[in-house]
Write a protein that binds this ligand. Structure first.
Ligand code: TYM
Length: 324
């Protein structure tokens, strides 16, 4: 039996945080043993906001390094920069011609940004490029956090539409969204998700943050009224967020954390969460320190060549089906 194909991407916008890790990247790594995995630093997606070229250039390599430190293994998975494989944008253009503007207008991420200065065509058609990423490699499954669900639905719609108009070509990809950790919340506002672009640095913990920073961030994390440590998203979103983090980093379950820290008070509990996060991230920090920039760049270049070859085979078929 041939292995199923998994595809996912991360934007190189700096600030890779524990939400990215717990919601998606952990799964990327875990899936590598079983599936044919393709992972991509989606640098074209990152240019829909104003950018500084030198900073962007550093962030691209940095993202590749962080992903390797987390455990993306270029010997096992196909790993490369999106911009280096032009078939992504070719397929995006083709899929754009079967995407209704009504459907793009309903995308929540677009609705949040449409009215701010700097809204542009790239931001609007962003979900079409994402669909092209996934469909280009005929992915069966896509490990992501919950915020990508709507984009996956569009991808599935486009695959079905293409198949019915031009011939069965694309598998209909399933999202892989973890039961816990799919939506890690901001430490400063537990009703909104932890985000790379939040101007408040205190809202997130980065994968490479040092232990002191992690302790500080968690000490200042917003908690809820009362003092009991209980998992209840309705009444205690702040505490629930911390409980989930702790469970995911220690591999423990939520009920035993509630048992152990129920009456301990928020201060003690936050200290314990900090230690769990620090310990969970320690191997990643060590792996990161051992990576050499030039070697990472070389591996990405090798990935590019393999990805182009594979993408071209698939894309040739799409061109034929469409009559080119
Ligand atoms: P990006 O770079 O914003 O985020 C990378 C992954 O992290 C997940 N994530 C979270 N999970 C849990 N809690 C959070 N607070 C949190 N914040 C982010 C995201 O769901 C994502 O899985 N559009 C994508 C990139 C992309 C892509 C693709 C993904 C482009 N093409 C094709 C999959 C397949 C994005 O902006 O991810």
């Amino acid at each position: 039996m041939t292995k199923k194909t998994v595809f996912s991407g991360l934007q190189p916008t700096g600030n890779v945080h524990i939400g990215n890790y717990l919601g998606a990247l952990r799964n990327w790594v875990a899936l590598q043993d079983t599936y044919d995995c393709i992972y991509c630093v989606v640098d074209l997606h990152a240019i829909t906001v104003p950018l500084d070229p030198a900073e962007f250039h550093r962030d691209r390599l940095e993202a590749a390094k962080v992903l390797m430190a987390v455990g993306v293994d270029p010997e096992q998975s196909l790993f490369y920069f999106q911009s280096q494989v032009p078939q992504h944008t070719e397929l995006a253009w083709m899929l754009g011609t079967i995407t209704g503007t009504g459907q793009l207008n309903r995308m929540t991420q677009w609705k949040d940004k449409a009215d701010v200065a700097g809204a542009n065509l790239g931001l609007y058609s962003y979900p079409v490029l994402m669909a092209a990423d996934i469909l280009l490699f005929r992915a069966d499954a896509v490990p992501v956090g919950e915020d990508q669900k709507q984009h996956l639905e569009l991808t599935r719609d486009l695959a079905l539409r293409f198949n019915s108009r031009f011939g069965e070509e694309f598998p209909i990809p399933d999202p892989i969204i973890p039961e816990h950790g799919a939506r890690i919340m901001s430490l400063q506002d537990p009703t909104s998700k932890m985000s790379k672009s939040d101007p408040d640095e205190g809202s997130r913990i980065l994968i490479l943050d040092d232990p002191d920073t992690i302790r500080k961030r968690l000490k200042r994390a917003v908690t809820d009224s009362g003092r009991d440590v209980r998992h209840d998203w309705e009444e205690k979103p702040g505490v629930s967020n911390l409980i989930e983090m702790m469970a995911l980093f220690t591999g423990g379950d939520i009920a035993s954390i509630e048992d152990e820290y129920g009456d301990a008070g928020y201060g003690t509990f936050k200290d314990a969460v900090a230690e769990a996060v620090i310990e969970g991230l320690a191997p990643i920090r060590r792996a990161y320190r051992d990576l050499d920039d030039a070697e990472v760049a070389r591996l990405m270049q090798r990935g590019t060549l393999d990805a182009r070859t594979r993408a071209e085979g698939h894309q040739q078929r799409v061109r034929e089906l469409m009559g080119f």
